[in-house]
Ligand binder design. Structure first.
Ligand code: NDP
Length: 454
C-alpha cells in the first residue's frame, strides 16, 4: 500500500509520501535507543511537563488537526475535534497520574524489606490504525513516555499527515530527539522490524491479520506484545429498557465515526417483547441520517475511510444477502462520489452467513430477535470476538448479572461501549490481549523489578 492522503469524500489523491529507506529507519531506531539511555534517567516531573506541553499544543491546534483527520479518513469534523480533546485529556491524565501509578510497591517479607520497582524497558514499536489517528497513538505513547520508554510509530498508510503532525507536536514541545519517531514504512516492514534487537516490545491496534503478523514475530523473538483487534459488540435490548434512550444510543453506538470503531455496537439483539417497536424506531432514525461531506457541520454520516473499505463492506453485505440475510434498510453503496455506504440494517442472520461472524466496519447494523434474556446472552457470546458490549435495562442488578455472563473485556449498562482516559480498554478472544488506558495500560511495558534487602 502506498503512503498517501486520499480524500475519501472525493476519492482524489491529495498528497503522496516516500517510504523511508532501510538506512533511514535504521538510523531512526538507533536514535530512539540513544534517546532511551537519557530518557530513562529523567524525573517523572520532566516527563509530565513534556506530556502537558504536547497536550497544550494539541488543544491550541485543534481545528487544524481535526481538519487533517477529516481530510484523510472522513470522520465528521465535530467528532475529529472531539478526538483531539480526548487525546489531549489522555496526555494530561498520564502526566498527572503516571508517577502515582508507577510508584514502588512495598512488600512485607518475613525479614528485611523488598519492593517492586517499575522500570522502563527501552524503545517500543507502535503499529496504529487510521480510525482514530490521534487517540490510538496517544493511548499507547503517553503512558510509555511517562514510564521512560521511547516510541517508534508506524501509522496506517492512509493517514500520513496525521502521523507527521503527531511527530511535529513532540518536536515543537522540545522533546529530546528520538523520543517519539514517526516511521513511514509498510505493515510488512513493521512486522519485520519487531525482530530488531533494539525494539523491546510492540503494540498493535488493527485487524486480526496484522495482529497475528506482529505477534508471530514478537513470539519468535520473545518480546512482549499488546494487541487491540476487532470487535463484534452486542447491544442487548431487554423488555424493560427505556425506549427513547435506546434508540438514541443505538444510532450513536453504530454510527459514531461513520461506523468504523472496534467498539461500535454491531449486533443489535432485542428480546421479542420489545423488538418490533425498537426496530421500527431504529430504522426511522437511520433512514433520516444526512450523508455528505464530513467537513460540513450539517452532515450526519460521512464516507468510509477509503474506497477499498467501502468496497469491502459492500461485498460483506452482498455475500450475506446471497447467504440468506434480508436487507431492512439500505444495503448498497450510496449513489454519490466518494467512499460512501448507505446506512444499512440486516436481519435474518444465521451462523453460516458472513455478517453473523465477520466484523462489519461501517454503517451496517445486524438485527436479531431472541426469545429471552438467556438467548440474548448465548447469542452475544457466539462470536470469535470479545471486545465490548452493552445491555439496556432499567434493572441495574439484572444488567450487572448479565454482564458477568458475557465473555468480553468491557461491558456497559445503558450506554454503548465507550472510552475515556481512566477506563481500561481491551478485549478477550480474537479481540486481542493486554489493556490500554487507566492504571492498567501503563503497566504493560515495564520491568517489574524486585529489589530485596536482606
Ligand atoms: P490493518 O490491520 O491492515 O491496519 C492497521 C495497522 O496495521 C496499519 O498501520 C497497517 O499498516 C498495519 N499493518 C497491516 N498489515 C500489517 C502487517 N502484516 N504487519 C504489521 N502491520 C500491519 O487494518 P485495515 O485498515 O486494513 O482494516 C481492515 C479491518 O481491520 C477493518 O475492516 C476492521 O475490521 C479492522 N480494524 C480494526 C481496528 C480497530 O480499531 N481495532 C482499526 C482498523 C481496522 P498499513 O496501513 O500500511 O497497511
Amino acid at each position: 500500500m502506498s503512503i498517501q492522503t486520499v480524500n475519501p469524500n472525493t476519492n482524489k489523491v491529495v498528497k503522496s509520501f516516500e517510504e523511508m529507506t532501510e538506512k533511514t529507519v535504521d538510523a531512526k531506531v538507533a536514535k530512539a535507543q540513544i534517546a532511551f539511555a537519557d530518557w530513562k534517567e529523567t524525573s517523572y516531573q520532566q516527563r509530565a511537563d513534556l506530556l502537558h506541553k504536547v497536550a497544550t499544543l494539541m488543544r491550541a491546534k485543534k481545528t487544524a488537526l481535526a481538519k487533517t483527520i477529516t481530510l484523510e479518513m472522513g470522520k465528521l469534523l465535530a467528532q475529529a475535534e472531539g478526538e483531539i480533546d480526548l487525546s489531549a485529556n489522555i496526555l494530561d491524565y498520564y502526566a498527572d497520574n503516571g508517577e502515582v501509578f508507577l510508584a514502588d510497591k512495598v512488600l512485607d517479607p518475613e525479614y528485611g524489606s523488598a519492593i517492586i520497582r517499575n522500570s522502563p524497558i527501552g524503545s517500543l514499536l507502535g503499529v496504529m490504525p487510521w480510525n482514530f489517528p490521534f487517540y490510538q497513538v496517544v493511548r499507547f505513547a503517553a503512558p510509555n513516555i511517562m514510564v521512560g520508554n521511547t516510541i517508534l510509530l508506524k501509522h496506517a498508510s492512509n493517514v500520513p499527515q496525521c502521523a507527521a503532525a503527531i511527530e511535529e507536536l513532540f518536536e515543537e514541545a522540545e522533546a529530546p530527539k528520538g523520543l517519539y519517531t514517526n516511521l513511514f514504512i509498510s505493515g510488512k516492514r513493521a512486522s519485520a522490524l519487531v525482530s530488531d534487537k533494539r525494539i523491546k516490545g510492540v503494540s498493535l491496534t488493527g485487524s486480526e491479520e496484522a495482529g497475528a503478523s506482529v505477534a508471530i514475530e514478537a513470539g519468535k523473538h520473545l518480546k512482549k506484545v499488546v494487541l487491540e483487534l476487532g470487535g463484534n459488540d452486542a447491544f442487548i435490548i431487554l423488555e424493560d429498557a427505556d425506549m427513547a434512550k435506546i434508540v438514541e444510543w443505538a444510532v450513536v453506538g453504530r454510527m459514531n465515526n461513520n461506523g468504523q470503531s472496534c467498539i461500535a455496537s454491531k449486533r443489535f439483539i432485542a428480546v421479542e417483547a420489545i423488538a418490533d417497536e425498537f426496530i421500527q424506531k431504529f430504522k426511522d432514525a437511520l433512514s433520516k441520517l444526512k450523508l455528505g461531506n464530513p467537513m460540513d457541520p450539517d452532515t450526519q454520516l460521512g464516507p468510509l475511510s477509503s474506497e477499498g473499505a467501502a468496497e469491502h463492506l459492500a461485498d460483506q453485505v452482498n455475500r450475506s444477502v446471497e447467504g440468506g440475510a434480508k436487507v431492512l434498510l439500505g444495503g448498497k453503496r450510496a449513489d454519490r462520489k466518494g467512499a460512501f455506504m448507505e446506512p444499512t440494517i440486516l436481519t435474518d442472520l444465521k451462523p453460516d452467513i458472513a455478517a453473523y461472524h465477520e466484523e462489519l466496519f461501517g454503517p451496517v447494523a445486524s438485527f436479531y430477535v431472541v426469545k429471552d434474556e438467556q438467548a440474548a446472552i448465548d447469542l452475544a457470546n457466539d462470536s470469535n470476538f470479545g471486545l465490548g458490549g452493552s445491555i439496556f435495562t432499567q434493572d441495574i442488578e439484572r444488567g450487572k448479572r448479565i454482564a458477568d455472563q458475557i465473555d468480553s473485556g468491557m461491558l456497559f449498562i445503558n450506554h454503548p461501549t465507550w472510552t475515556q482516559a481512566d477506563f481500561p480498554f481491551g478485549g478477550t478472544k480474537q479481540s486481542g490481549f493486554g489493556r490500554e488506558l487507566s492504571e492498567l495500560g501503563i503497566h504493560e511495558f515495564v520491568n517489574k523489578k524486585l529489589i530485596r534487602v536482606s
